[in-house]
Ligand binder design. Structure first.
Ligand SMILES: [Zn+2]
Length: 443
């Protein structure tokens, strides 16, 4: 049994001064006093915060960072970006996928992420033929996370088609499987090796029958269900043309409204449906602004009682704190007001803590994992933060969490622990394997 003794500990949604975080067998044993017989780990000048979660990641997209920031198309938007992303997706070998994913997960760990929901849709070989093991690529990604030490839930995506009344796009041939049955067979096999979730890609990429069957099986098996929902206006328009309704209302009808990724373009009825379904909206603000998707109405969702979590999505920038602060900042620019999401409407320190819990606790919930709040019984996944780092120096118990969310830089994160054990945050071999993969991809 070990008792970590930081100056400040954020546990159970509150900042505690001088409290011990007591860890045994990878779990939080207690918070507060040091039990007799515990090994003391003094952490003067440090704060301990719960590990954060990227509940929506496409790790392979780390390979296109920096390669899509030019206007080579009269209308550079999500759809033109997607073509650039496909250029990488169609060429990655299993070895490259592992190298890119591992380096991405290492960067996540350095940013304070301890668990990831990998929304994985690369399944087949570059010719579109199944690998001998239908989970070859899913397992390569899972292995990468395990080697870094992150918790992973493999949200294996189902992809059936290019879209409603659209000709097949040959650049999607690695994503598409023959039927919902084939998909579920592979997901079942994968579930015996890795924690999984079901993930019909979107209403664009899956017909109604696939979504209904997969949602029913997920419910039966106790798997979380994740989907891209209403990321782009065109996706909403196509759904209306095909189904006569919006994606959230369609998914509610199909019993598939559970974890809605993006949910940027919503009507009042959509928000009410998300609330009725007790859905979690997975916001990816850094990617959403990079892709020009739009601004998430976090204020309206929270007011309706919808919970939020965060995802790094395209991996253009790996900072869950940046995502947390953008939830708020985008609304400030829209409404010309400050502290829009403050739950107490003016309470000091409340906003930072609320945003941090979105980044930690809510992400774990979205992945169906216990924890995220460092309460007794939960996994001991946490960061050790340097209170003398210039970005947050001077923080006290009252303003620590707002300092952390709005100002903390990665340099303040000195240690990241999963199940009480420190992760190795740097790896020369991982860097070299990543660089070799990038050379093979782009020369
Ligand atoms: Zn996504």
């Amino acid at each position: 049994m070990r008792a970590f003794l930081p100056d400040f500990l954020f546990a159970g949604g509150r900042v505690l001064s001088g409290a011990a975080l007591v860890v045994q067998d990878g779990r939080v044993e207690s918070v507060g006093a040091v039990p007799s017989g515990a090994e003391r780990v003094p952490l003067p000048g440090r704060a301990v915060l719960p590990g954060m979660v990227s509940a929506h990641s496409h790790a392979f997209q780390r390979a296109i960072r920096g390669r899509t920031e030019q206007r080579d198309n009269p209308r550079a938007d999500f759809w033109s970006w997607r073509e650039a992303m496909y250029a990488a997706a169609e060429r990655l070998s299993p070895v490259d996928l592992h190298a890119v994913s591992k380096f991405c997960f290492l960067e996540m760990a350095r940013a304070g992420i301890t668990a990831v929901g990998e929304f994985h849709y690369l399944h087949r070989d570059p010719q579109g033929k199944p690998y001998a093991d239908g989970n070859e690529l899913s397992l390569a990604v899972a292995r990468a996370a395990r080697e870094v030490g992150l918790r992973i839930v493999l949200l294996r995506a189902a992809y059936a088609r290019s879209g409603y009344r659209l000709a097949p796009n040959p650049r999607q041939r690695r994503f598409i499987e023959g039927s919902a049955e084939e998909y579920l067979k592979n997901l079942d096999a994968l579930s015996k090796q890795v924690p999984v979730g079901a993930a019909p890609h979107s209403v664009r990429a899956c017909p109604l029958e696939w979504i209904r069957d997969i949602a029913a099986e997920a419910k039966r098996r106790g798997w979380v269900l994740h989907m891209h929902v209403s990321e782009q206006p065109r996706e909403v328009d196509e759904c209306k043309a095909e189904h006569g309704t919006t994606p959230p209302l369609l998914l509610e009808r199909l019993g598939a409204l559970q974890n809605a990724v993006h949910a940027v373009h919503l009507s009042a009825d959509d928000i009410a449906a998300l609330a009725r379904a007790q859905a979690i909206v997975c916001a990816c603000p850094t990617t959403e602004r990079n892709l020009g998707d739009g601004i998430l109405r976090a204020d309206k969702l929270l007011a309706a009682g919808v919970r939020l979590c965060l995802g790094s999505d395209s991996e253009v920038q790996l900072s869950p704190l940046e995502d947390a602060r953008q939830l708020e900042y985008h609304l400030r620019l829209l409404q010309l007001q400050r502290a829009v999401l403050d739950p107490a409407q003016g309470g000091v320190g409340g906003l930072g803590a609320a945003l941090y819990r979105i980044a930690s606790e809510n992400g774990m919930r979205a992945l169906g994992l216990p924890g995220g709040a460092l309460q007794p019984g939960e996994p001991a996944d946490f960061l050790v933060v340097d209170l003398d780092d210039p970005s947050i120096a001077g923080a006290n118990a009252e303003d620590l969490m707002s300092n952390a969310v709005f100002s903390m830089e990665r340099t303040a994160i000195r240690e990241v622990r999963v199940a009480g054990e420190p992760l190795q945050l740097e790896s020369r071999p991982a860097l070299e394997a990543f660089r070799a993969a990038m050379r093979r991809l782009w020369g």
